[in-house]
Write a protein that binds this ligand. Sequence first.
Ligand code: NOJ
Length: 770
Amino acid sequence: MGKLKILSEFFLVLALFLSFVAMSGSEANLSLFKPPMNEFIDSLMNKMTLEEKLGQLAQYPGGGSLGFNTGIDDDKKEMVRKGRVGSFLHVSGADFLADLQKIAVEESRLGIPLIFGLDVVHGFKTVFPVPLASACSFEPEAVEKAARIAAVESAASGIHWTFAPMVDIALDPRWGRIVEGAGEDSYLGAVMAKAQVNGFQGDGLSFENTILACPKHFVAYGAACGGRDYNSVEVSMRTLNEVYLLPFLAAVRAGAGSLMCGFNDINGEPMSSNKELLTDLLRVKWGFDGFIVSDWNSIGELINHGVAGNRVDAGKKALSAGVDMDMTSNIFGEGILKSVEKGEISEKLVDKAVKRILETKYKLGLFDDPYKYCKPEVEKAEILKEEYIQFAREMACKSIVLLKNKNEILPLKKDLEKIAVIGPLADDRRTPLGSWKAAGEEKDVVTVLEGIKKAVSKDTKILYAKGCEINDDDRSGFEEAVSVAEGADVIILVLGESADMSGEARSRSKIGLPRVQKELAEKIAETGVNIVVVLMNGRPLAIPWLAENVPAILEAWFPGIQSGSAVSDILFGDYNPGGKLAVTVPRSVGQIPCFYYHRNTGRPPSEENPYSSKYIDLPIKPLYPFGHGLSYTEFKYSKLRIEDKKEEAGDSLKIAFSLKNTGKIFGSEVVQLYVRDIVASIAPPVKKLVGFKRVYLEKGEEAEIIIYLPVNLLAFYNKDMKKVVEPGKVEVMIGSSSQDIRLDASFVIEGKETEIDDSEIYYSVVEVKK
Ligand code: NOJ
C-alpha cells in the first residue's frame, strides 16, 4: 500500500471522526471543521444580491385566521425560492417546516435557511401558568425549568425562536398585557427574565433542543398611558433606567440572542426608530450582539406615529435606529429596495442588519443542519410527555396565591358529603390556557370541576351549576346555582375573566369581576354556606366585596393545562400554597397606579392626617399588597444578624436570620428582603425588593437564611443621571410580604459617593442552611 493511500485513508477517517464530533452539536466542536463565523458570513454576503440581503431582513406571517401555517401560500413559497424571505412567524410542525425549509435550502440560489418564530410564552403544547402567575412562584429555578420544557417541545416542532420572555414591568392592571410579564417589580422582573432566557437558550443555541430568546417589548411598553394598549409613554429617564430597563439588562446579560422593540413611543420617540435606546444604549453601552426585530408592523406604524412621512422614510428611520428585522411591514423586504439602490439609504446599514441575522442563523447551527429542528420522530417523542404534564401541575401549584383563609376553612376534607361547584369558569377548558397558548389544546386541560371530582372521596357528592356566563348579563342561571348551593358543605365558586380579556389589545377600563358575576356571588352567599372563591384572571382584580364577604380566596390566575388538578391539590391540602403576589391588588380602578415602591412624598399617606397623600373615599392600603400570600402553616422569623454594619460600594453585605416552620405541616415561605435608603440626594422609594428566596421547611424545621446583598444593588440615578452608591444609613427589612415586615435592622454605607457601571446587573445570593 503506497504512502499516499495510507495518508489519504488516515485523512478520510479523521474527516469522518470530525464530522461525527460535529454532529454531537457542541458549539466548541463546530469551530473544528467550519470556517470561523465571520469568514463564513462575509463570504456568503459577498455572493448576495441586494434583494437577497433585504430578504433576510423580512419576516412574514406564516399563520392566518385558520391558525399556524395557513398563511403560507404559493406566493410566499415563491418568495422563499427567490431568497426574499428571512423568517416566518406563527408557523409550527416538524413536517410542515421541514418542507418549507427545503424550499429555502434546496431551491433558493444561495440556500440560506429560514428562521421560524412563534410566541412560545408559557409553554408550547404543555401549557404552564401565564407569566404573571409563574412570577408569583418567586421560584426562578422552576420558571427556568418550565421555559426549558417549552423550548424542548417547540424546538421539536420546528421552532427556532420564541418571542419571549415578555419582561415589561406593569403597574397598571387595566393594561391587558400585564398577564404576560412578571408584574410590578424590576428586581423580581430581572430575576424572572434571566431565568426564562436561561431556560429557552439552555446550554447554547447550537443544541437542537434550545431556542433563541427574544425579550420584549423594548422598552417601557408596559407604561402605556392609562393602561391603554399601544399608547404613548411618558416616563422620566430615571424611572426608565431604574424600573423599566432593568429586566432587559438582565435578559441581555443572560445572553438573549435577539430582542423585540415595542409599539410604543417614549416621550414622543417611537421605539421602532429610537436610535438612542436601540443602538446607543443597547448595542454600544450594553454590548448587545444579537439582532433586533420590530413588533408586528411597528415599522409601518411610524407613519401613524407621525415621525415618518411614508414607508421609505419609516424604513430608513427604523434601519438607522438599529432595527434589523421587519416583522410583517414588508418595508425592509421590498419597500426600501429602490431607495437603497439609489443610495438614499446606505447599503452599509443593510449589511450590518443582514450580518446580525446570518450570525444568529449560524449560531443556531442552521448552516450545518437546516433540518435539525424538524424531525417528526423527535416531535412525537418530545411533546406532552408525562413528566412535563406533572411539572405543569407542580408549576401551577407553586404559582397559585392564597389571598384569604378566614378561620382556616381551607384545606377542605376530601370526604365532605356534598360540595357545590359553581361559576362560569368551573368547567371552562379554554380559559386556563390564557393568552399565547401556542400549540396548547383544550382537550389537554383539566378543569376545576374535573380536578375536584378526581380528588374527593367516592361518596362525596359534587353538584355543579354554571350560574352565569363570564362576560354576559344573563341572570337566568342564578336560580339553579342557588339550589345547588343550598345544603352543600362548602361552595367552590370559580369566577374571573376569560382568556381573551387580557393579553394584547385587551385593556379594560374596569378591573372588577365582569358583568353579573359579583351578583351571582352575592346571591350564593345568601345561602349562608361557606364559600371558597377560586379566581382565574390575567390581571389583578379589584374584588373588595369578595375580600370582605367570603372566607377564602384562591388566586389561581390562568394556571395552564393542569389547572383543575393544581387547584384541587391546594383546596384539599395535597399541596400547601406558598405563592406570593408579584403585583399589588388595588381596591378599585381609581387607586391605580398602586405599587409598593412609591416614594414617601412630603405628605406620606396617613389615616390621621387629612392633608396627606390619599383618597378621601378609599382606605390607604391596597386590597392585597405585593408579596402577599398565605400558607396552611406558619413561619416564625427571628435572630436577624447583620455582619459588619459598615459597607462600601462593591462590597457584599451579609444578612442572616432564622426561619422556622411553626405550624403543623410541611410548607414554603418566600422570604423577602427590602431596603430603604433613609436620606439620599433623590427621594428614595419607601422600600425596594433586593432579594428573595422560596424556602421549603418540614413542620418544626428551622433554617438559617443567609443573604449576601451587593451594596451596588442600592445604587440609584443621581441628579446628573449617574448611577451611584451614596453613603448613609440604610434600613433592612425582612418580610413575608411588602407590608408584613417581620425583622428590621440597619447598616451604614461608608466612603464617598461612588459611581458604578450601570451596564452591569447585580443579584443577591441566598443560602439556606438547614
Ligand atoms: C405582536 C405582539 O405585540 C408581540 O408580543 C408578538 O410577539 C408579535 N405580535 C408576534 O406574534
